[in-house]
Structures are given as C-alpha cells and as structure tokens.
Design a protein around this ligand. Structure first.
Ligand code: ADP
Length: 184
C-alpha cells in the first residue's frame, strides 16, 4: 500500500488483509513497537520519526525483511508503508524474487493534500501520536513527494500499479480498492 501520510492506508490495509485472509504489517507500527519496547532500533527510529523523516534504509529494510521471512509461507501478505524509497523497493524485489513470490500489486491511494493535513490534525487530537503536529505533517508530506512518489513510476513501469482515489467514505474507498485488486 502506497500513499501519502493520512491517505487512509492503514484503514484500508486492515480491511484488505481481512478480506484476503493474509497477514499484514505496517512499517510505522513495527517502529512504534520497537519504541514501546525501548530497543536499540526503537531509540534510533525515534529521532527520525519525531522530525517526520524516514528512518535510514538499511535498518528499515532489515526490519521489514525479518517480518516477511517470518510470514511468507502464509499464502500471501500485505505491506503498509513499505517500501517508501527506491532502495527499499529494489531490496524488496530482490528478496521476493529469491523467495519465488514476486510482488503482485501495488495499491496507491491518492488524496488531496489540504484534506489530508486536516485529517492528520484531527487524528493528532484523537490519538495523540507524537509525530502528528503541523510541522511534522508538512515534513512527512515533503518526504513523500521527494522520496516515495517516484515509486509510482517504478511500479507503473513494472505493470503492477493500481491507483485508487482516497477521497470519500471508508466503505466507498474499500470498494474501489477491491475493484482495483480484482482487475488484471
Ligand atoms: P504516516 O504514513 O502517517 O507517515 P507511518 O506510521 O506509516 O505514518 O510512519 C510513521 C513514521 O515511521 C514515518 O514518518 C517514518 O519516520 C517511519 N517509517 C515508516 N515506514 C518507513 C519506511 N518504509 N522507511 C523509513 N521510515 C519509515
């Protein structure tokens, strides 16, 4: 699942994973879990996350690869928020090629930036996430534009990109995602 912060990736990822009965993981959740357990990786990630910057590729890739290795025999899986850079995408491709299970689809959720900032500010109030303040939100948007949006072209060229309009109600968007996933 690809999309800017606040696009509703997490909500849709949970629904798809349930529909398809496959395990899913969000890289942001893995980092937050490490922080909660106060691991070395958690402490490293915190400095980047608090600024709204990406955690360095090497540790991010290693962390997600470990998750993939632990879950790749469960009939498929869904990744939310990973890859977020070209280096991450290339590492993932290489690993999945080795496992003989290439990536089948990249679902990209598109949204209106202003609407997303409003959504995130609301989430900040409701959930009190440390990185949901206006300055960090703007930085995360910038990081998405600079480092993650090139993946749209990468997966478009790979012929596996499905773009879904992320504006609207949760149910409505879920239907769009389902349609996008069922198409060839
Ligand atoms: P959002 O999509 O709203 O930014 P996430 O929970 O996906 O929220 O990510 C929160 C933070 O975790 C990011 O700002 C970044 O610091 C870190 N992070 C998550 N996924 C990655 C990734 N694939 N590569 C590098 N950093 C990541």
């Amino acid at each position: 699942m690809l999309g800017p912060p606040g696009a509703g990736k997490g909500t849709q990822a949970a629904r798809i994973a349930e529909n398809l009965s496959v395990p899913k993981v969000a890289s942001g959740d893995l980092f937050r879990d490490h922080q909660a357990r106060d691991t070395e990786l958690g402490r490293l990630a915190r400095t980047y996350m608090e600024r709204g910057d990406l955690v360095p590729d090497d540790v991010t890739i290693r962390m997600v690869m470990e998750w993939v290795e632990a879950h790749e025999r469960e009939g498929g899986f869904l990744l939310d928020g990973f890859p977020r850079t070209l280096a991450q995408a290339e590492s993932l491709d290489a690993m999945l090629k080795n496992l003989g299970t290439p990536l089948e689809r990249c679902v990209a959720i598109t949204v209106d930036t202003d609407a997303v900032v409003q959504r995130l500010l609301k989430r900040a109030e409701l959930e009190g996430r440390a990185d949901d303040n206006e300055e960090t939100i703007r930085e995360r948007m910038q990081v998405y534009d600079n480092q993650t949006s090139p993946l749209l072209e990468y997966y478009g060229n790979g012929g596996i990109l499905a773009t879904v309009d992320g504006m609207g109600g949760v149910e409505e968007i879920s239907e769009r995602v389902k349609t996008a996933l069922s198409g060839s």
